[in-house]
Write a new protein. Structure first.
Lengths: 305, 781
């Protein structure tokens, strides 16, 4: 077949499978303005509440509320009015603790929104074990592993998020720690939750002790000075590992899962993954937003040998 | 008194049947040229005017009053009349000769008289419908029939009366085929060169069929020519297909083999090379169908069928340096099926049918990465999902009288599920299922009939047991031979759920079995219709209305779109769904003359309710289309030239709109938060995309080659007026392919609603040539 005919066939095929993107509308119905209250409260730190308003699809800025009156209640007792500190943020002087019930009433003009949450108690794992080179990811990078052992009370459901950070040098300088890429999540407890992010619930665990294992890429890369001609192998530079274990409330747990699914649907590549939708739910009465809490535990930095 | 009234009534109803000197005749009607069984031949006793038609095996059975003549007529064939004088029951074989005069002018419209709510399309009709690939597509042609629709544009997936795509039972010569698509549904696996006849039961399923809720797609394969070797070659822009058929060394036997392969992969590889990309993509699919038929005696037939079809998509890089890794990703998905069928006419009133089959669908993914000079070890990942069915069934149909027949049978099936398997933890699930059924047809008042059937299922596995009864009923009240009022009722149960995302080129179909936490889905459907034919069967009209309720449906939990590779897939599956669908369907057909075609219109609605989707509120089904209108016409200009056109209109499919925006907090590593915008979606599927419509035009030029072979060029234009039909909607800041992402520095954007359209105007051409060998019967008479 001549090149000319081949080019015609190729052109027809390309046209056949090419896509066309066109505008449907840039005009949308007005969405009724509602208060949006966002706050992720950390035990033993001052409370910060952000207040904004909902907007239309074609708004390029969502209004921040500067004149709200926010009453803070701790364990159902009035505590203080939060102080506006700019950018829609309101801050408390009170420091909340584990097990405190935090409630806010947010008043803006004639609208009133209410929200509350309970700060979970700190969770400390029984053991944290480090395993070197437990798996490899799809790109061939070696994965290290951390196994966390927790006590469990089957009568009570906890929601736990684990964040792993690795340093790009071997100093315990936390400014240099960055989040480790957690990959190939195969832990059944996390998989049971339905999303491959390191957050899980103890809802279905009936044992008194359980393990959760995470595999991650450690920063550092290959130490080329360790080349062994007899094996043709190199060694990896062993960097310190820094961990944060957060006991989060149910709202935060659901929010993290929904946010993952929202991103997957919203920012898919648009060709092989077709647009889906996932709403991020809200726990604000008469408004929108996330009002959640957590307590953090930071174990000792791990220095792999 | 009651007894007397009953006797009088029965005597009145079946008066014609109680005459003296009755004999039973039965047999098979075949094509005299090829010896292939003819389906839907009208068999009429000229004395009593009682008639029946041949079934999918070409079999008929009736009682006649002698002396009489029986006429065998079939459109496209010379009518044959046989005299019966002897008082002896007979088994006969009738060979009808094709009549080219009639063949050129009419359309075969088989099985009008069967019970149930059936959409039929003749292979001739299908062959004339313009197709995107230049070669007719069975599934896409069926989508033009009322009550049958598709999902996204271009796919071969069928949605029947608001049902899910996994609720259709595709029976290929009575054997289930599990996966019926190529290229994400853009091509169906059914190669039209090997198809003889297609019926789609939309309701009132015969009791012998079960295990699916929405439809039974009954596809009968052609048999090979028993007298001469023949073949054809079909070359289109996207694929090449070849068929060869003929007699074998065994007397009264034949074979037919049909192969098809796409060469899209060659284009893709060439495109990769021309664009000098650092990776190579190869995609392809193939089908291989075959059938061996043997008539050891005039009363018996043995057939062996096989089918194998796979899609494959592979991708790999072109390593340039010594230190570059070499990766290969290979995906293969498809079906394999093998079956044996034995049919025998026992006496003159009983027909025996026995089948044994094995069918398997699987999707396999292999990833290999090799690191030649590195500390990194090689990577190998494998993933498999499969469903296989080993099945055997035996049925007996006995005609007690002309007005009464009974069919009963037993089916045993072992389904083996492997929803996800990553070669670490194998978790095969076995579901043995035993079904038995009985059905009866009673004909009364000359043109009327009642069909009653009962199907009993027992599913007993180690961890799960289920028993069910499925009643089926159909009443046809005939006002003349041409006007019938029909009522159908059915209940059905399905033990497997298909979970997948429509429109994804990569196959992501996962079949999951019922168990203690996932109930089998159920359906109950009522339908009523009117069927008429007039002007000497030149025109036909049918109107059908239905109401369908289904329960225990399964789908993805909100936000999930893929189960592949997930050992904990149950966490992503929402169960206990309810569905409601109702509608009215019109079909007007002109089946004879130079100008043939049909007009179909469907008004239908389909809804779903799941406890954890759309806050438990009812919502329109993802592919709910209230109005579907199709018009298809074919005009024979002269002996060589035929032109055809199809126009399709459908209400746009529903989508879930974003109705507003809000900020959500993003927690940073240092414990502080920042806001980014997040869309607030309205109720699920509460708005609709733009209406869909499209015109396809086809031209067929048939001629003789220099060597006196039949050949044809086929020219097709898909989407002739280049309508930009929406494939999906999305929100973005511009029509660029990249979707913006808000972040800490720019947390909100002015969004607009955009659509993506595929399939602009597409012109295709294909060429088909037939080869014929010597007629062996003339060589060895």
């Amino acid at each position: 077949m001549s090149l000319r005919y081949f080019s015609i066939i190729l052109l027809i095929l390309i046209i056949s499978f090419s896509s066309c993107r066109s505008l449907v509308t840039d005009e949308f119905d007005n969405f009724p303005q509602k208060i949006v209250v966002n706050s992720i409260i950390k035990a033993e730190e001052r409370i910060n509440v952000n207040v904004s308003l909902t907007g239309n699809i074609n708004d390029d800025i969502l209004p921040l509320v500067e004149n709200a009156k926010i009453s803070l209640f701790i364990n159902d007792k009035f505590c203080e009015y939060l102080t506006y500190v700019g950018e829609g943020n309101y801050r408390s002087t009170t420091i909340p603790h584990e097990n405190d019930k935090i409630s806010c009433i947010v008043v803006r003009d004639t609208d009133t929104a209410r929200c509350s949450c309970i700060i979970p108690v700190k969770i400390i794992p029984k053991d944290i074990d480090f395993f070197e080179f437990v798996d490899i990811d799809d790109n061939g990078y070696p994965l290290d592993g951390l196994r966390f052992t927790f006590d469990n009370n089957p009568q009570q459901t906890e929601y736990i998020e684990i964040n792993i950070f690795t340093s790009d040098n071997n100093m315990d300088d936390r400014l240099n720690f960055g989040p480790a890429y957690i990959e190939n999540i195969t832990d059944p407890i996390i998989q049971q939750g339905g999303v491959p992010i390191p957050i899980f619930s103890t809802e279905y665990i009936e044992d008194n002790v359980y393990n959760v294992e995470l595999h991650f890429i450690r920063s550092g890369g290959i130490d080329y000075s360790t080349y062994d001609p007899s094996t043709g192998k190199y060694q990896y530079i062993k960097m310190p590992i820094f961990i944060k274990i957060a006991n989060v409330d149910r709202t935060y747990y659901n929010y993290k899962k929904e946010y993952y699914l929202y991103q997957e649907a919203r920012y898919s590549d648009g060709i092989t993954d077709f647009s889906g939708t996932q709403n991020i739910s809200s726990n604000i009465e008469n408004g929108y937003g996330i009002f959640a809490a957590y307590t953090e535990y930071i174990p000792d930095t791990i220095y792999p040998k | 008194m009651k007894k007397a009234i009953t006797i009088i009534l029965l005597t009145t109803l079946f008066a014609g049947a109680f005459a003296q000197q009755k004999i039973s005749i039965s047999g098979i009607v075949v094509d005299s040229g090829t010896e292939e069984a003819l389906i839907g031949v009208n068999v009429v006793d000229n004395s009593s005017k009682y008639g029946c038609s041949t079934d999918n095996s070409g079999y008929f059975s009736m009682q006649i009053v002698i002396p009489t003549t029986v006429t065998f007529s079939y459109i496209g064939y010379t009518t044959q009349t046989v005299q019966f004088n002897n008082n002896v029951s007979k088994n006969i074989k009738i060979a009808l000769s094709p009549n080219s005069q009639i063949l050129e002018e009419v359309t075969i419209n088989a099985q009008r008289s069967q019970s149930g709510d059936v959409a039929s399309m003749s292979i001739k009709e299908i062959m004339e419908i313009p197709a995107i690939s230049g070669k007719p597509d069975i599934a896409k042609s069926l989508q033009l029939m009322p009550g049958i629709s598709t999902q996204k544009e271009g796919t071969s997936i069928l949605n029947v009366r608001g049902g899910e795509s996994g609720e259709n039972l595709y029976l290929f010569d009575n054997v289930p085929i599990i996966y019926v698509n190529h290229l994400g549904g853009f091509f169906s696996t059914f190669n039209p060169d090997i198809i003889n006849n297609i019926n789609v039961f939309k309701s009132g399923f015969p009791a012998k069929y079960g295990g699916k809720l929405s439809s039974i797609v009954e596809i009968t394969q052609k048999e090979g020519n028993k007298k001469e070797y023949k073949g054809n070659l079909h070359i289109g822009l996207s694929d090449i297909a070849a068929t060869i058929e003929g007699p074998t060394a065994l007397k009264n036997s034949s074979f037919i083999v049909c192969a098809r392969k796409t060469f899209v992969g060659a284009y893709l590889m060439a495109a990769s090379a021309i664009a000098d990309q650092d990776y190579i993509i190869n995609y392809g699919f193939y089908d291989l169908n075959g059938k061996f038929s043997w008539n050891p005696t005039e009363k018996s037939k043995l057939s062996i069928n096989f089918y194998s079809g796979d899609d494959y998509l592979s991708m790999g890089n072109k390593p340039e340096g010594m230190l570059d890794e070499k990766y290969r990703i290979k995906n293969i998905w498809g079906n394999t099926m093998i079956s044996a069928q034995y049919q025998n006419i026992l006496g003159s009133k009983t027909f025996l049918n026995a089948n044994i089959s094995y069918s398997k669908y699987r999707t396999l993914n292999k990833t290999t990465i090799k690191f030649p000079n590195d500390a990194t070890p090689n990577v190998k990942h494998k993933f498999l999902s499969s469903l296989s069915s080993t099945r055997s069934d035996i049925s007996i149909k006995h005609n007690f009288f002309n007005y009464w027949n009974v069919e009963l049978g037993v089916q045993a099936e072992l389904q083996t599920y492997l929803p996800t398997y990553n070669y670490e933890e194998k978790s095969k699930i076995y579901l043995p299922n035993l079904s038995t059924y009985i059905s009866t047809n009673v004909y009364f008042l000359k043109y009327s009939s009642i069909y009653c059937g009962l199907r009993a299922n027992a599913l007993v596995s180690k961890s799960y047991k289920d028993y069910s009864l499925e009643p089926r009923a159909a009443i046809s009240i005939g006002f003349s031979n041409n006007h019938h009022l029909k009522f159908n009722y059915m209940r059905g149960k399905q033990y497997s759920h298909l979970i997948f995302t429509s429109g994804n080129i990569m196959n992501n179909e996962v079949w999951i079995p019922s168990d203690n936490s996932i109930n089998p889905s159920k359906v109950e459907q009522y339908s009523a219709g009117w069927e008429s034919s007039f002007c000497n069967n030149k025109f036909s009209l049918s109107i059908n209305a239905y109401h369908k309720k289904s329960s225990d449906l399964a789908t993805y939990k909100e936000g999930y779109r893929n189960l592949i590779g997930d050992n904990y897939w149950k966490a992503k599956v929402e169960t206990g769904g309810k569905g409601t669908a109702y509608g009215i369907e019109f079909l007007f057909r002109k089946t004879r003359g130079s100008f043939t075609g049909f007009i179909s219109y469907t008004y239908s609605r389909a809804f779903r309710t799941f406890a954890n989707i759309n806050e438990g509120k009812i919502y329109p089904y993802d592919f709910d289309r209230p109005h579907c209108f199709d018009i298809s016409a074919s005009y024979k200009i002269n002996e060589k030239l035929k032109v055809s056109a199809t126009w399709t209109y459908q209400t746009g499919i529903p989508y879930t709109p974003a109705i507003g925006k809000k900020y959500i907090p993003i927690l940073q590593d240092d414990g502080t938060t920042y806001n980014i915008e997040c869309l607030i979606y309205g109720e699920k599927n509460s708005q609709r995309m733009k209406d869909y419509h499209r015109l396809d035009i086809g031209l067929i030029y048939e001629f003789k080659t220099k060597r006196n072979r039949d050949a044809a060029w086929s020219f097709n234009i898909y989407n002739a007026y280049n309508r930009k039909n929406p494939y999906f909607y999305y929100y973005n800041i511009s029509n660029k392919p990249e979707i913006y992402t808000p972040d800490e520095t720019h947390n909100a954007y002015e969004l607009k609603l955009y659509q993506i359209s595929f399939f602009p105007i597409i012109a295709t051409v294909s060429y088909k040539i037939n080869f014929a060998g010597k007629d062996l019967s003339k060589i060895n008479p």
